[in-house]
Design a protein around this ligand. Structure first.
Ligand code: FAD
Length: 374
Protein backbone atom coordinates (compact mmCIF):
# COMPACT_ATOMS: atom_id res chain seq x y z
CA UNK A 1 0.00 0.00 0.00
CA UNK A 2 1.43 3.39 -1.06
CA UNK A 3 0.19 6.26 1.09
CA UNK A 4 0.86 9.96 0.49
CA UNK A 5 0.27 12.33 3.38
CA UNK A 6 -0.03 16.06 2.72
CA UNK A 7 1.14 18.01 5.76
CA UNK A 8 3.73 17.05 8.34
CA UNK A 9 2.24 18.64 11.44
CA UNK A 10 1.69 16.34 14.41
CA UNK A 11 -1.33 14.71 12.76
CA UNK A 12 0.45 13.88 9.49
CA UNK A 13 3.66 12.88 11.28
CA UNK A 14 2.00 10.60 13.82
CA UNK A 15 -0.18 8.96 11.18
CA UNK A 16 2.83 8.40 8.91
CA UNK A 17 4.63 6.62 11.74
CA UNK A 18 1.66 4.39 12.59
CA UNK A 19 0.92 3.63 8.91
CA UNK A 20 4.57 2.68 8.35
CA UNK A 21 4.37 0.40 11.39
CA UNK A 22 1.37 -1.19 9.68
CA UNK A 23 3.49 -1.99 6.63
CA UNK A 24 2.59 0.89 4.28
CA UNK A 25 5.10 2.73 2.08
CA UNK A 26 4.52 6.31 3.25
CA UNK A 27 5.50 9.60 1.62
CA UNK A 28 5.05 12.79 3.63
CA UNK A 29 4.77 15.99 1.61
CA UNK A 30 5.52 19.29 3.40
CA UNK A 31 7.83 22.18 2.45
CA UNK A 32 8.47 22.93 6.14
CA UNK A 33 7.55 20.05 8.48
CA UNK A 34 5.94 21.07 11.78
CA UNK A 35 5.95 24.73 10.83
CA UNK A 36 2.21 25.20 11.49
CA UNK A 37 0.33 25.17 14.78
CA UNK A 38 2.37 22.18 15.92
CA UNK A 39 5.39 24.40 16.59
CA UNK A 40 3.42 27.11 18.39
CA UNK A 41 1.13 24.98 20.60
CA UNK A 42 1.60 24.85 24.34
CA UNK A 43 1.09 21.08 24.42
CA UNK A 44 -1.54 20.79 27.14
CA UNK A 45 -3.09 17.34 27.42
CA UNK A 46 -6.16 18.58 29.24
CA UNK A 47 -9.41 16.99 28.07
CA UNK A 48 -10.91 17.31 31.55
CA UNK A 49 -10.13 20.95 32.27
CA UNK A 50 -10.96 21.92 28.67
CA UNK A 51 -14.39 20.26 28.79
CA UNK A 52 -17.21 22.24 27.13
CA UNK A 53 -20.95 21.60 27.16
CA UNK A 54 -22.17 19.62 24.16
CA UNK A 55 -18.70 18.23 23.35
CA UNK A 56 -18.97 14.86 25.12
CA UNK A 57 -17.84 12.76 22.09
CA UNK A 58 -14.79 15.02 21.82
CA UNK A 59 -14.18 14.52 25.55
CA UNK A 60 -14.23 10.73 25.07
CA UNK A 61 -11.77 11.05 22.18
CA UNK A 62 -9.55 13.34 24.27
CA UNK A 63 -9.60 10.98 27.26
CA UNK A 64 -8.77 8.01 25.01
CA UNK A 65 -5.82 9.94 23.57
CA UNK A 66 -4.60 11.24 26.92
CA UNK A 67 -4.70 7.73 28.32
CA UNK A 68 -2.49 6.46 25.48
CA UNK A 69 0.04 9.31 25.80
CA UNK A 70 2.36 7.70 28.33
CA UNK A 71 2.82 4.59 26.21
CA UNK A 72 2.99 6.70 23.02
CA UNK A 73 5.79 8.90 24.44
CA UNK A 74 7.64 5.85 25.80
CA UNK A 75 7.42 4.06 22.45
CA UNK A 76 8.76 7.14 20.66
CA UNK A 77 11.64 7.46 23.14
CA UNK A 78 12.43 3.77 22.72
CA UNK A 79 12.36 4.05 18.90
CA UNK A 80 14.38 7.28 18.59
CA UNK A 81 16.14 8.02 21.88
CA UNK A 82 14.32 11.39 21.86
CA UNK A 83 12.42 12.78 24.83
CA UNK A 84 9.05 14.47 24.16
CA UNK A 85 8.83 16.29 27.48
CA UNK A 86 5.70 14.29 28.36
CA UNK A 87 4.34 14.90 31.88
CA UNK A 88 1.32 13.50 33.64
CA UNK A 89 1.42 15.60 36.79
CA UNK A 90 -2.13 16.98 36.53
CA UNK A 91 -3.66 20.33 35.73
CA UNK A 92 -4.77 22.92 38.24
CA UNK A 93 -7.56 25.25 37.20
CA UNK A 94 -7.99 28.30 39.42
CA UNK A 95 -10.54 31.09 39.84
CA UNK A 96 -9.50 34.68 40.40
CA UNK A 97 -12.75 36.11 41.76
CA UNK A 98 -16.15 34.93 43.02
CA UNK A 99 -17.75 34.94 39.55
CA UNK A 100 -14.85 32.87 38.17
CA UNK A 101 -15.29 30.43 41.04
CA UNK A 102 -18.97 30.02 40.18
CA UNK A 103 -17.97 29.06 36.61
CA UNK A 104 -15.56 26.45 37.98
CA UNK A 105 -18.23 25.09 40.32
CA UNK A 106 -20.60 24.64 37.37
CA UNK A 107 -17.80 22.95 35.42
CA UNK A 108 -17.14 20.61 38.33
CA UNK A 109 -20.82 19.63 38.50
CA UNK A 110 -20.73 18.89 34.77
CA UNK A 111 -17.51 16.87 35.08
CA UNK A 112 -18.95 14.88 37.98
CA UNK A 113 -22.16 14.18 36.03
CA UNK A 114 -19.92 12.52 33.44
CA UNK A 115 -18.09 10.50 36.10
CA UNK A 116 -14.77 12.33 35.66
CA UNK A 117 -12.59 12.57 38.76
CA UNK A 118 -11.69 16.15 39.74
CA UNK A 119 -10.74 17.50 43.12
CA UNK A 120 -12.17 20.82 44.36
CA UNK A 121 -9.57 22.92 46.18
CA UNK A 122 -9.91 26.00 48.41
CA UNK A 123 -7.76 29.05 47.67
CA UNK A 124 -5.34 27.95 50.37
CA UNK A 125 -5.11 24.43 48.94
CA UNK A 126 -4.45 25.91 45.49
CA UNK A 127 -1.54 27.90 46.91
CA UNK A 128 -0.22 24.85 48.70
CA UNK A 129 -0.25 23.05 45.35
CA UNK A 130 1.27 26.05 43.54
CA UNK A 131 3.02 28.38 46.00
CA UNK A 132 3.55 31.19 43.45
CA UNK A 133 -0.21 31.77 43.03
CA UNK A 134 -1.55 35.17 44.12
CA UNK A 135 -2.99 35.32 47.66
CA UNK A 136 -6.40 36.34 46.30
CA UNK A 137 -7.01 33.19 44.24
CA UNK A 138 -10.46 31.96 45.37
CA UNK A 139 -10.32 28.24 44.69
CA UNK A 140 -9.79 25.70 41.98
CA UNK A 141 -10.08 22.25 40.51
CA UNK A 142 -7.34 19.69 40.18
CA UNK A 143 -7.61 17.26 37.26
CA UNK A 144 -4.98 14.76 38.47
CA UNK A 145 -4.62 12.83 35.24
CA UNK A 146 -4.27 15.69 32.74
CA UNK A 147 -0.74 16.58 31.66
CA UNK A 148 1.42 18.13 28.95
CA UNK A 149 3.99 17.40 26.26
CA UNK A 150 6.45 19.65 24.43
CA UNK A 151 5.23 19.84 20.81
CA UNK A 152 8.64 21.14 19.66
CA UNK A 153 10.17 17.88 20.89
CA UNK A 154 7.25 15.70 19.87
CA UNK A 155 7.33 16.61 16.16
CA UNK A 156 11.05 15.81 15.58
CA UNK A 157 10.63 12.55 17.51
CA UNK A 158 7.68 11.56 15.31
CA UNK A 159 9.62 12.43 12.16
CA UNK A 160 12.67 10.45 13.31
CA UNK A 161 10.51 7.45 14.25
CA UNK A 162 8.82 7.51 10.85
CA UNK A 163 12.09 7.89 8.95
CA UNK A 164 13.51 4.86 10.78
CA UNK A 165 10.65 2.85 9.32
CA UNK A 166 11.24 4.18 5.81
CA UNK A 167 8.82 7.14 5.73
CA UNK A 168 10.02 9.39 2.88
CA UNK A 169 9.83 13.15 3.43
CA UNK A 170 9.41 15.31 0.32
CA UNK A 171 10.10 18.93 1.22
CA UNK A 172 7.76 20.49 -1.34
CA UNK A 173 4.34 22.10 -1.30
CA UNK A 174 1.46 19.99 -2.53
CA UNK A 175 -0.22 21.96 -5.29
CA UNK A 176 -3.03 19.62 -6.22
CA UNK A 177 -4.61 16.23 -5.88
CA UNK A 178 -4.14 13.73 -8.71
CA UNK A 179 -7.44 12.12 -9.62
CA UNK A 180 -7.68 9.23 -12.08
CA UNK A 181 -10.70 7.06 -12.89
CA UNK A 182 -12.72 8.87 -10.21
CA UNK A 183 -10.27 8.03 -7.42
CA UNK A 184 -7.33 9.76 -5.71
CA UNK A 185 -4.10 8.69 -7.42
CA UNK A 186 -1.49 10.84 -5.70
CA UNK A 187 -0.24 14.37 -5.18
CA UNK A 188 0.92 17.01 -7.67
CA UNK A 189 3.85 19.00 -6.24
CA UNK A 190 4.61 22.68 -6.82
CA UNK A 191 7.59 21.80 -9.08
CA UNK A 192 5.27 19.83 -11.37
CA UNK A 193 6.43 16.39 -10.25
CA UNK A 194 4.05 13.76 -8.90
CA UNK A 195 3.90 11.47 -5.89
CA UNK A 196 1.81 8.48 -6.91
CA UNK A 197 -0.19 6.74 -4.17
CA UNK A 198 -3.05 4.32 -3.59
CA UNK A 199 -4.39 6.54 -0.84
CA UNK A 200 -3.91 10.20 0.03
CA UNK A 201 -4.38 11.71 3.48
CA UNK A 202 -5.00 15.44 3.58
CA UNK A 203 -3.55 16.67 6.89
CA UNK A 204 -2.47 20.20 6.04
CA UNK A 205 -4.07 21.92 9.05
CA UNK A 206 -6.04 25.05 8.17
CA UNK A 207 -4.59 24.96 4.65
CA UNK A 208 -6.30 21.63 3.94
CA UNK A 209 -9.00 23.25 1.81
CA UNK A 210 -6.51 25.00 -0.50
CA UNK A 211 -5.50 22.07 -2.68
CA UNK A 212 -6.34 22.19 -6.39
CA UNK A 213 -8.35 19.30 -7.82
CA UNK A 214 -10.44 18.51 -4.75
CA UNK A 215 -13.85 17.45 -6.08
CA UNK A 216 -16.90 19.34 -4.77
CA UNK A 217 -18.04 17.85 -1.48
CA UNK A 218 -14.54 16.75 -0.41
CA UNK A 219 -13.15 20.19 0.48
CA UNK A 220 -12.80 20.16 4.27
CA UNK A 221 -14.66 22.97 6.06
CA UNK A 222 -11.63 24.14 8.04
CA UNK A 223 -10.63 27.68 8.88
CA UNK A 224 -7.65 29.24 10.67
CA UNK A 225 -8.19 30.37 14.27
CA UNK A 226 -5.26 32.46 15.39
CA UNK A 227 -3.58 31.97 18.76
CA UNK A 228 -0.74 34.01 20.25
CA UNK A 229 1.55 32.59 22.93
CA UNK A 230 4.46 33.91 25.01
CA UNK A 231 7.44 31.86 26.11
CA UNK A 232 9.36 32.80 29.26
CA UNK A 233 12.36 31.14 30.88
CA UNK A 234 13.18 30.51 34.52
CA UNK A 235 16.37 29.07 36.00
CA UNK A 236 14.50 27.99 39.16
CA UNK A 237 11.23 26.02 39.36
CA UNK A 238 8.29 28.43 39.22
CA UNK A 239 5.27 26.21 38.57
CA UNK A 240 4.87 22.51 39.35
CA UNK A 241 2.21 21.68 36.78
CA UNK A 242 0.04 23.16 34.04
CA UNK A 243 -2.05 25.90 35.61
CA UNK A 244 -5.10 27.35 33.95
CA UNK A 245 -6.87 30.39 35.26
CA UNK A 246 -10.11 32.24 34.88
CA UNK A 247 -9.46 35.91 35.53
CA UNK A 248 -12.61 38.07 35.52
CA UNK A 249 -14.10 35.78 32.90
CA UNK A 250 -11.01 35.64 30.69
CA UNK A 251 -8.97 32.42 30.32
CA UNK A 252 -5.22 32.09 30.52
CA UNK A 253 -2.90 29.12 31.01
CA UNK A 254 0.72 28.50 31.89
CA UNK A 255 2.54 25.32 30.94
CA UNK A 256 5.93 24.67 32.62
CA UNK A 257 8.60 22.43 31.12
CA UNK A 258 11.41 20.60 32.85
CA UNK A 259 13.99 22.73 30.96
CA UNK A 260 12.70 25.99 32.52
CA UNK A 261 10.43 27.13 29.70
CA UNK A 262 7.00 28.46 30.64
CA UNK A 263 4.41 28.90 27.89
CA UNK A 264 1.63 31.44 28.47
CA UNK A 265 -1.37 31.19 26.17
CA UNK A 266 -3.39 31.80 24.26
CA UNK A 267 -5.54 34.27 22.36
CA UNK A 268 -8.32 32.99 20.13
CA UNK A 269 -8.90 35.24 17.12
CA UNK A 270 -10.88 34.85 13.88
CA UNK A 271 -8.61 36.82 11.56
CA UNK A 272 -8.02 34.50 8.61
CA UNK A 273 -4.41 33.60 7.84
CA UNK A 274 -2.99 36.48 9.87
CA UNK A 275 -0.05 35.45 12.10
CA UNK A 276 1.04 38.87 13.33
CA UNK A 277 1.85 39.11 17.00
CA UNK A 278 0.00 42.11 18.43
CA UNK A 279 0.58 44.37 21.42
CA UNK A 280 -3.02 43.86 22.52
CA UNK A 281 -2.81 40.08 22.40
CA UNK A 282 0.36 39.97 24.47
CA UNK A 283 -0.94 42.55 26.91
CA UNK A 284 -4.08 40.50 27.62
CA UNK A 285 -2.05 37.34 28.24
CA UNK A 286 0.47 39.05 30.51
CA UNK A 287 -2.22 41.01 32.35
CA UNK A 288 -4.18 37.86 33.25
CA UNK A 289 -1.12 35.72 33.93
CA UNK A 290 0.27 38.36 36.29
CA UNK A 291 -3.00 38.55 38.22
CA UNK A 292 -2.64 34.84 38.98
CA UNK A 293 1.13 34.67 39.39
CA UNK A 294 2.54 38.13 40.23
CA UNK A 295 6.11 36.82 40.37
CA UNK A 296 6.20 35.96 36.70
CA UNK A 297 7.15 39.52 35.80
CA UNK A 298 10.64 38.64 37.09
CA UNK A 299 11.07 35.81 34.59
CA UNK A 300 13.14 36.17 31.46
CA UNK A 301 11.24 36.81 28.23
CA UNK A 302 12.12 34.29 25.48
CA UNK A 303 9.73 34.41 22.52
CA UNK A 304 6.33 35.37 21.18
CA UNK A 305 4.63 33.50 18.36
CA UNK A 306 1.26 33.18 16.70
CA UNK A 307 -0.15 30.05 15.07
CA UNK A 308 -3.30 28.98 13.28
CA UNK A 309 -5.51 26.28 14.77
CA UNK A 310 -7.39 24.24 12.17
CA UNK A 311 -10.96 25.03 13.28
CA UNK A 312 -14.00 23.10 12.09
CA UNK A 313 -17.70 24.02 12.31
CA UNK A 314 -18.24 21.85 15.43
CA UNK A 315 -14.75 22.27 16.96
CA UNK A 316 -14.05 18.58 16.35
CA UNK A 317 -11.69 16.84 13.92
CA UNK A 318 -12.58 15.40 10.53
CA UNK A 319 -11.06 11.94 10.25
CA UNK A 320 -11.81 9.38 7.61
CA UNK A 321 -12.71 8.73 3.99
CA UNK A 322 -14.32 11.34 1.75
CA UNK A 323 -16.74 10.95 -1.16
CA UNK A 324 -13.72 10.45 -3.47
CA UNK A 325 -12.33 6.91 -3.20
CA UNK A 326 -8.76 6.95 -1.92
CA UNK A 327 -8.94 10.46 -0.41
CA UNK A 328 -8.97 10.72 3.39
CA UNK A 329 -9.09 13.72 5.73
CA UNK A 330 -7.14 14.15 8.95
CA UNK A 331 -7.71 17.75 9.93
CA UNK A 332 -9.87 20.14 11.98
CA UNK A 333 -8.22 19.25 15.30
CA UNK A 334 -8.63 22.89 16.39
CA UNK A 335 -7.51 23.44 20.03
CA UNK A 336 -6.62 19.79 20.66
CA UNK A 337 -4.37 18.47 17.91
CA UNK A 338 -1.43 17.75 20.22
CA UNK A 339 -3.67 15.95 22.71
CA UNK A 340 -5.45 14.04 19.96
CA UNK A 341 -2.36 12.97 17.99
CA UNK A 342 -2.04 9.42 19.42
CA UNK A 343 -5.68 8.41 18.99
CA UNK A 344 -5.98 10.21 15.64
CA UNK A 345 -2.89 8.45 14.30
CA UNK A 346 -4.22 5.07 15.40
CA UNK A 347 -7.63 5.77 13.85
CA UNK A 348 -6.32 7.27 10.60
CA UNK A 349 -3.69 4.57 10.06
CA UNK A 350 -6.38 1.91 10.64
CA UNK A 351 -8.68 3.59 8.12
CA UNK A 352 -5.91 3.93 5.53
CA UNK A 353 -4.92 0.28 5.97
CA UNK A 354 -8.46 -1.12 6.25
CA UNK A 355 -7.84 -2.21 9.84
CA UNK A 356 -10.20 -2.02 12.82
CA UNK A 357 -10.90 1.63 13.65
CA UNK A 358 -11.18 2.61 17.35
CA UNK A 359 -14.89 3.08 18.08
CA UNK A 360 -14.23 6.35 19.86
CA UNK A 361 -13.24 7.89 16.48
CA UNK A 362 -16.51 6.99 14.74
CA UNK A 363 -18.34 10.31 15.44
CA UNK A 364 -15.64 12.28 13.61
CA UNK A 365 -16.23 11.11 10.05
CA UNK A 366 -16.06 13.90 7.44
CA UNK A 367 -19.42 12.54 6.22
CA UNK A 368 -21.14 14.65 8.89
CA UNK A 369 -20.43 17.73 6.74
CA UNK A 370 -20.96 16.11 3.33
CA UNK A 371 -23.90 17.41 1.30
CA UNK A 372 -26.90 15.15 0.79
CA UNK A 373 -28.18 12.19 2.82
CA UNK A 374 -25.63 10.46 5.09
P1 FAD B 1 -0.39 21.90 11.62
O1 FAD B 1 0.42 21.68 12.83
O2 FAD B 1 -0.83 23.29 11.35
O3 FAD B 1 0.45 21.34 10.39
C1 FAD B 1 0.04 21.51 9.08
C2 FAD B 1 1.24 21.27 8.18
O4 FAD B 1 0.77 21.28 6.83
C3 FAD B 1 2.32 22.34 8.26
O5 FAD B 1 3.56 21.75 8.59
C4 FAD B 1 2.34 22.99 6.88
O6 FAD B 1 3.66 23.32 6.46
C5 FAD B 1 1.75 21.88 6.03
N1 FAD B 1 1.14 22.35 4.78
C6 FAD B 1 0.25 23.35 4.60
N2 FAD B 1 -0.08 23.46 3.30
C7 FAD B 1 0.59 22.47 2.65
C8 FAD B 1 0.67 22.07 1.29
N3 FAD B 1 -0.03 22.68 0.34
N4 FAD B 1 1.50 21.04 0.97
C9 FAD B 1 2.21 20.38 1.93
N5 FAD B 1 2.16 20.73 3.24
C10 FAD B 1 1.37 21.76 3.59
N6 FAD B 1 -3.39 21.54 20.96
C11 FAD B 1 -3.33 20.79 22.09
O7 FAD B 1 -3.68 19.60 22.06
N7 FAD B 1 -2.86 21.32 23.26
C12 FAD B 1 -2.48 22.63 23.35
O8 FAD B 1 -2.07 23.08 24.42
C13 FAD B 1 -2.57 23.44 22.20
N8 FAD B 1 -2.21 24.75 22.27
C14 FAD B 1 -2.29 25.51 21.14
C15 FAD B 1 -1.91 26.86 21.23
C16 FAD B 1 -1.93 27.64 20.08
C17 FAD B 1 -1.56 29.09 20.19
C18 FAD B 1 -2.29 27.07 18.85
C19 FAD B 1 -2.25 27.90 17.59
C20 FAD B 1 -2.67 25.75 18.77
C21 FAD B 1 -2.71 24.96 19.91
N9 FAD B 1 -3.12 23.63 19.88
C22 FAD B 1 -3.04 22.85 21.00
C23 FAD B 1 -3.72 23.06 18.67
C24 FAD B 1 -2.73 22.25 17.89
O9 FAD B 1 -1.54 22.97 17.73
C25 FAD B 1 -3.33 21.89 16.52
O10 FAD B 1 -4.59 21.31 16.66
C26 FAD B 1 -2.39 20.91 15.81
O11 FAD B 1 -1.09 21.44 15.72
C27 FAD B 1 -2.92 20.60 14.42
O12 FAD B 1 -1.97 19.78 13.80
P2 FAD B 1 -1.99 19.56 12.25
O13 FAD B 1 -0.94 18.56 11.95
O14 FAD B 1 -3.40 19.27 11.82
O15 FAD B 1 -1.70 21.00 11.60
Amino acid sequence: MQIAIIGAGVIGLATAWRAAQGGAAVTLVDPAPASGASSVAAGMLTPVSELSYGEEPLLRLGLASRDRYGAFAAELAEATGLDTGYRDDGTLQVAFDADDLKVLEDLRAFQESLGIPVEALTGRECRRAEPMLAPGVRGGLLAPEDGSVDPRRLAPALLAAGERLGVRLVRRRAKGLLVERDAAAGVLLDDGTEVRADRVLLAAGPWSGDLEGLPAGTVPPVRPVKGQVIRLRTPVPFLRRTTRGLVKGSSVYLVPRADGEIVIGATQEELGFDTRVTAGGLWELLRDARELLPGLTELEFAEVTAGLRPGSPDNAPLMGPTGLPGLYLGTGHFRNGILLAPVSADALAAMLLDGPVPEVAAPFSPARFAPGPQ
